[in-house]
Design a protein around this ligand. Structure first.
Ligand SMILES: [Zn+2]
Length: 261
């Protein structure tokens, strides 16, 4: 069966379903990168997930929306008002997706815009095996992702599924730091902080995170916080000052939309 003919018929969330959705997007020339809890699980973070999130180029959101709808996912009409549009980590809420779709139960598929998430990463291609850069890797890449271990996330995908792109561990350190800095003064700064804490706890120190590849200021930020040397507020202030003093400001300029109340 061609990936473009994939149909959703109440399958549970598995690596197979994630790879099938990645294949569906690729077949429609929409380059997606896995995001959210389903992506953290690939990095070995133990997590329960009710969603499959993909980052797509901003201009591809309408095409991705019609593609998912035609494949049988139910487009949500409540948008930001729908409570299933949000992830919650110990009462801390995530930024809303650009669009989301309902599966059975509380399960959802979410689309996020690249400029709101991976703004500092170069554009990616929809060619199935066109991942590999230092920042975007394939979910089956055992050089950069862990194998399955009991009590941790599932780890790398098997080789025989459609290739799924994921951010590398060092890309996540850079991206979560950037988003935390961007959103520090709104509702979402602590959400990105909790994502960074997952990386500190479950990914760093296991040999799959190459800290040398992290941009130096963000590396210092991550290392200082992981060592518990300084408080979070001070670390954020230091990072902001260091980036603003740099030759070219590498601060992300986009702002997350305010959360619907
Ligand atoms: Zn909804």
């Amino acid at each position: 069966m061609s990936q473009s003919h994939f149909r959703y018929h109440n399958q549970p969330i598995t690596q197979q379903l994630i790879a099938d959705i990645a294949g569906l997007l690729d077949a429609h020339n929409i380059p997606g990168v896995l995001w959210g809890n389903s992506m953290l699980i690939v990095h070995g973070v133990p997590s329960f997930t009710e969603d499959i999130s993909f980052i797509v180029p901003d201009q591809a959101v309408p095409t991705a929306t019609s593609t998912l709808r035609q494949a049988g996912f139910k487009c949500c009409t409540l948008g930001h008002k729908c409570r299933f549009a949000y992830d919650t980590v110990e009462f801390i809420t995530s930024p809303p997706p650009s669009a989301h779709f309902h599966m059975t139960g509380h399960n959802v598929v979410k689309l996020f815009e690249k400029s709101e998430t991976l703004s500092t990463v170069a554009n990616f291609s929809a060619s199935p095996n066109a991942a590999p850069s230092a920042q975007i890797i394939l979910a089956s890449d055992l050089n950069h992702l862990p194998r399955y271990e009991p009590d941790l996330g599932e780890g790398a995908f098997p080789q025989d599924l459609h290739p799924v792109r994921v951010p590398s561990a060092h890309c996540l350190v850079e991206t979560y730091s950037t988003l935390m800095l961007r959103d520090w003064t709104n509702d979402y700064g602590t959400f990105w902080m909790s994502m960074l804490a997952y990386i500190m706890t479950y990914v760093a120190g296991k040999g799959k995170l190459d800290l040398q590849q992290v941009e130096p200021q963000r590396r210092k930020f991550f290392v200082d916080m992981r060592a518990g040397k300084i408080g979070t507020a001070q670390a954020v202030k230091n990072l902001r000052q260091a980036l603003e003093a740099g030759p070219i400001s590498t601060l992300a300029h986009t702002k997350a939309e305010p959360k619907a109340q």
